[in-house]
Design a protein around this ligand. Structure first.
Ligand SMILES: O=C(O)c1cc(=O)[nH]c(=O)n1[C@@H]1O[C@H](COP(=O)(O)O)[C@@H](O)[C@H]1O
Length: 237
């Protein structure tokens, strides 16, 4: 386990998008909760289920269980209660599910056995650009749609949103100070964007007012993942 590079309130959430539990856990063996938080998404949850999440929670990591629920309010509420009761730090829904859905999710977390779980809403996926968004949402830009869904999420009483760091500067002026802006699509200078369209570097993102940086491939697929993580932490210290 690495103890070097301890940071107060780590800002990087490492996305554990592995198809193999042993590889994921041997990477996690190199980490500790002082240098990053962890995200478990749809792939690992589908493959390895709640037991994998519980393993990370037992290792004292703050876990973001990223299942992006989007369904009728009753179904999402029950899913959010079940997710919160795994003892995770953060969960999410899609803001485009609407205000009644988000309110039902908020109430379900509040009445769960783990009410401190943070609940955030995805606005516009960071893999979408304006052209892709217009195919599904009509004549609107990603920036406009993010703003609209951010306001709806504030009105619904959630803790924050997932957006791109590119929108963070504008959003910071319209959301409450303690509202969380959680941003994937983070790419250190020179790294491959892959399927991400709305990207920023860690430093630019923090300067724009982001609360937490979600980073997957630039760390997990690096030849020395810990070195990249420590470099990112240093760049935003
Ligand atoms: O909710 C998310 O975490 C999420 C929302 C979004 O808009 N874009 C996005 O990339 N993500 C997740 O963030 C992670 C980004 O991973 P990398 O692109 O490998 O850094 C993936 O696990 C995605 O599922």
């Amino acid at each position: 386990m690495v103890n070097k590079g301890k940071v107060t309130d780590p800002k990087v959430i490492v996305a554990l998008d592995y198809d193999n539990q042993e590889s994921a856990l041997s990477f996690v063996d190199e980490l500790n909760p002082d240098i990053c938080r962890l995200k478990v998404g749809k792939e690992m949850f589908t493959l390895f289920g709640p037991a994998f999440v519980t393993e990370l929670v037992n290792r004292k990591f703050d876990v973001f269980l990223d299942l992006k629920f989007h369904d009728i309010p009753n179904t999402v509420a029950k899913a959010c209660k079940a997710a919160a009761e795994l003892g995770v730090w953060m969960i999410n829904v899609h803001a485009s599910g609407g205000k009644p859905m988000m309110e039902a999710a908020r109430d379900a977390v509040a009445s769960s056995a783990h009410p401190q779980t943070k609940l955030i809403a995805v606005t516009v996926l960071t893999s979408m650009d304006d052209a892709q968004l217009q195919q599904v949402a009509g004549d609107v830009t990603a920036a406009e749609q993010v703003e609209r869904l951010a306001s709806l999420t504030v009105e619904s009483g959630l803790d924050g949103i997932v957006c791109s760091a590119r929108e963070a500067g504008t959003l910071r002026k319209i959301v409450p100070d303690n509202f969380l802006l959680v941003t994937p699509g983070i790419r250190p200078a020179g790294s491959d964007a892959g399927d991400q369209k709305r990207v920023m570097t860690p430093e630019e993102a923090m300067n724009a007012g982001v609360s937490y940086l979600v980073m997957g491939r630039p760390i997990t697929q690096a030849s020395s993942p810990i070195a990249v993580l420590q470099e990112v932490n240093k760049s935003i210290a």
